[in-house]
Design a protein around this ligand. Sequence first.
Ligand code: ATP
Length: 337
Amino acid sequence: MIDISGVNKRYGDVNALTDVAIAVAPGVTGLLGPNGSGKSTLIKALLGLVKSQSGSGTVLGHPWPAKVRTIRDLVGYLPEDDCYIAGLVGIESVAFMAKLSGLPDTEGLRRAHEIMDFCDIGEERYREVEGYSTGMRQKLKFAQALVHDPPLLILDEPTTGLDPDQRHAMLSRIRTLSRDHGKSIILSTHILPDVQSVCDQVIILAGGIVRVQDKLAVLSELEKPTMHVSVLGDPAPLAAKCESEGMEVSTTDDGSLLIAGLVTIDQGDRTSKLWQWAAETDTSIRRYHRAKKSLEQIFVDAALTDPHVANEASDLSFLQSSTSTSSGPSPDKSVGA
Ligand SMILES: Nc1ncnc2c1ncn2[C@@H]1O[C@H](COP(=O)(O)OP(=O)(O)OP(=O)(O)O)[C@@H](O)[C@H]1O
């Protein structure tokens, strides 16, 4: 979808982007980085809204930056800041964006209604946008970005200001667009669980330099394949049993066991051995799944190997994490409650 390299952007003395090269495959890509790391500048440069001093490549098969206007027609952009025209009601606002994208009036209005239905904007579409809540404004921006049916969406903090239900619905829409409608999506966000729940690949920027870029599945692989096992009651007997069987066992903060070695055993044997050892030690397994590196850990690892990353984000406070993601996004088995 995007293959650009050698992108440099300076604002006066500030190097906002230094020799940036990104290759974005179809799917959902998370763009992560601390404040001031260059995320917005990269997005704006891609869209030709700021002019980079150097850089070339292709976006959606078109030469970049030479054909940036053609590229812009093919991209839906949800900016971080509010964007609406005062005095218009929601439906007029979205239909106007359709018109700006070249759709005839009738088709633009039909698309605007269709997309507002998809975004779950009901009767509110007939109200003036200035009166919208933050959540409604995010949905409106999303509808505006989507109305001309672009193959590539660039979403800058689309879940900011949404309550948990709205956030869940927004992420589900992003998933649907990617999975069922073949859209490619770049999601710039600080919210790690959002990235872990919808992204196929991740780009981490710090200090205007790309520090990490790969598929999430590859980045989240642990050096040693490991199972995450939580039990009801004391995990020590099961831990001792696993160690006596040659596994490497450690305990997480919440008392779960990380068992390295089990994953190398065949899938069927692995499950039966785990259950067998649990039975022998009178341990009830509550849940088990393949352990994955969290995004926070991926970033910490990047910081360990690259001092610039550590300098740029020494306290990782820009990352909004949640404990539920610390041991992997998708449990493969859950037993009991
Ligand atoms: N118009 C501008 N003039 C001067 N410096 C700028 C301008 N826009 C951005 N910068 C600087 O460029 C660097 C990258 O900024 P950018 O907004 O791209 O980062 P960001 O990762 O999007 O940050 P945030 O997460 O806070 O939006 C920062 O040092 C910023 O201060």
